[in-house]
Design a protein around this ligand. Structure first.
Ligand code: NAP
Length: 288
């Protein structure tokens, strides 16, 4: 039987409805709305698409959106000065710095310079630490999006076997902690797993599978466990098509739930960013 699709847009729609109401209420009670400042240094096609989506989503929800466009030859010190100013500005609720940054700028230094309370992407070491401790208010957006999709499948997480393919800082590592915090037995695969030829083995026993690598067709459809929940984070351009990392057509015949690419994780990632901005605003105004 063919899997049910986990459509990010539908799930995002419900979260956005709630956020919109919450922002309207905050506007009435506080006389202010959340403001997100997005920093882009230099030009990047993928960032440009993401920025467009951030702006549209923010405006639809009633979040103020400001884009700071910087030259590609900006120095790290100037970027840090800008962030320091935004950290101090009480009118700014959230800050996001688009990656990749120009050569010579250390993204870890930059991410760590953002105030943890204004860290819209949830990538500050303090917020990542909170994910580890099971106490996250601002968690990494893509990992949270994957988690929302898994929850939307309605399966009981306690004791489930999960495999995550890809151990990046923005997806695989934080997601492994979010799943562990729900008592999911979690296996994380990376390049060395692939090089030893052990990916099929780890994928085959996964009741929950998340793939975040960026290689089209890396996970074969016949590796998928019958009835698995499959979250494909990968975005790959193949000819004029965008595809994920999982062989979708074959996988959907074995999975119980599967995300399409595009239309799965992507629309939810930007929604989780907006959710973080609202959470940041509330923290700054000492609201729960
Ligand atoms: P990344 O930082 O490049 O991480 C890729 C991960 O895959 C690394 O952990 C890498 O391991 C691992 N890997 C590479 N080859 C492998 C193999 N053959 N077998 C097993 N693991 C392998 O990428 P990312 O930023 O996490 O993004 C991953 C994908 O998700 C990309 O396609 C990206 O476009 C997409 N993405 C989508 C969204 C969304 O909202 N939909 C958001 C973010 C990212 P090593 O580090 O050990 O090499």
């Amino acid at each position: 039987m063919s899997a049910q699709l986990l459509e990010g847009r539908t799930i995002a729609g419900k979260i956005k409805e709630d956020l919109k109401k919450e922002i309207e209420a905050l506007s009435k009670s506080k006389g202010a709305v959340p403001r997100l400042v997005s920093i882009q240094a230099g030009e990047n096609a993928a960032s440009a698409v993401y920025i467009k989506s951030q702006k549209k989503n923010a405006e639809n929800l009633g979040i103020e959106y400001m884009l700071e466009t910087l030259d590609s030859n900006i120095t790290q010190d100037s970027l840090l000065d800008l962030i320091e100013g935004l950290n101090k500005d009480k009118g700014v609720s959230g800050i996001i710095v688009q990656l990749p940054l120009p050569k010579g700028i250390d993204h870890r230094v930059v991410m760590s310079a953002i105030s943890p309370e204004k860290d819209a992407e949830g990538m500050h070491p303090e917020n990542l630490g909170r994910v580890l401790l099971g106490d996250a208010t601002l968690a990494p957006c893509t990992a949270s999006a994957a988690m929302e999709l898994i929850k939307s499948a309605g399966v009981k997480l306690y004791g489930k076997e999960a495999t995550i393919v890809g151990h990046s800082e923005i997806v695989g590592k934080p997601l492994s902690m979010l799943l562990l915090n729900k008592f999911v037995t979690t296996c994380v695969c990376h390049i060395a797993t692939g090089e030893r030829g052990l990916l099929p083995e780890h994928v085959k026993h996964a009741e929950i599978l998340v793939v975040a690598v960026g290689k089209a067709g890396l996970v074969k459809g016949d590796w998928i466990k019958q009835g698995a929940v499959v979250i494909d984070v990968g975005i790959n351009r193949v000819g004029d098509k965008i595809v994920g990392d999982v062989e979708f057509d074959a996988a959907k015949e074995r999975a119980s739930f599967i995300t399409p690419v595009p239309g799965g994780v992507g629309p939810l990632t930007v929604t989780m960013l907006m959710k973080n901005v609202v959470a940041a605003f509330k923290m700054q105004h000492e609201l729960k």
